[in-house]
Write a new protein. Structure first.
Length: 218
């Protein structure tokens, strides 16, 4: 799928705001396709850019809340495997549409799981029943035994394409992260965060994702 891929994994879990900010900082600077796995410091909830704060307000007492820069529905984080893919403009332009990226990324997840779990890609969207992301399968979501186990949301800008995904509801096999990365790019390289990326993300988290104005913007 990609000619080159930088993979960030491990490290400490962060706040919900910092997790979103790292993605944005990487989108600003990435010159190669990026796959990032990350964890959550506390049980958290993310909701899409166009979502209403009123739909998640009652969760505030129990979870860190954050509005994503991407679209999509409500996602509960803590026990899931969360990942992001960042594509610079030249890499994103290879795909005819954002939907094509979505399908190929989820195809890579399916490939990484197929030997151990009965998985398939949803052929079409199911009727929407809730604002919760995992209650509604859309075309190319990963399904196991009729249940959605992987979903994602995207944003495309002049800086490239950001794809934020979550895999949940299943115990993932050992080695899954490497298998997923390998399905995206057989010659992937594991790298560490540059200090300037962390510094930039810290600023974005403080000035954007951790603010009341961003959280309550709709």
């Amino acid at each position: 799928m990609f000619d080159a891929l930088h993979v960030y994994s491990g490290g400490e879990a962060h706040s919900a705001a910092m997790n979103m900010a790292v993605d944005e900082a990487l989108l600003e600077t990435a010159s190669t396709a990026v796959l990032r796995f990350y964890g959550w410091r506390k049980p958290s909830l993310s909701f899409g850019y166009f979502g209403r704060f009123a739909d998640v307000a009652e969760e505030h007492a129990h979870r860190e809340l954050v509005r994503r820069w991407t679209g999509g529905g409500i996602v509960y984080h803590g026990s899931d495997l969360t990942y992001s893919i960042i594509l610079p403009p030249d890499e994103a332009s290879r795909f005819r549409s954002s939907r094509a990226v979505y399908a190929q990324v989820h195809g890579a997840i399916r490939q990484a799981l197929a030997a151990r779990l009965p998985v398939e890609l949803a052929p079409s969207a199911a009727p929407k029943v809730s604002e919760a992301c995992f209650a509604n399968a859309v075309e190319s979501d990963v399904i196991s035994d009729g249940k959605k186990i992987a979903g994602a949301a995207q944003r495309r800008t002049r800086a490239g394409l950001l794809h934020q995904g979550s895999i949940q509801g299943e115990t993932l096999p050992a080695g899954f992260c490497d298998d997923f990365a390998r399905a995206l790019c057989p010659a992937f390289a594991s790298i560490s965060y540059a200090p300037e990326t962390v510094a930039r993300a810290t600023t974005i988290a403080r000035e954007k994702y951790a603010t009341r104005e961003w959280l309550h913007r709709r």
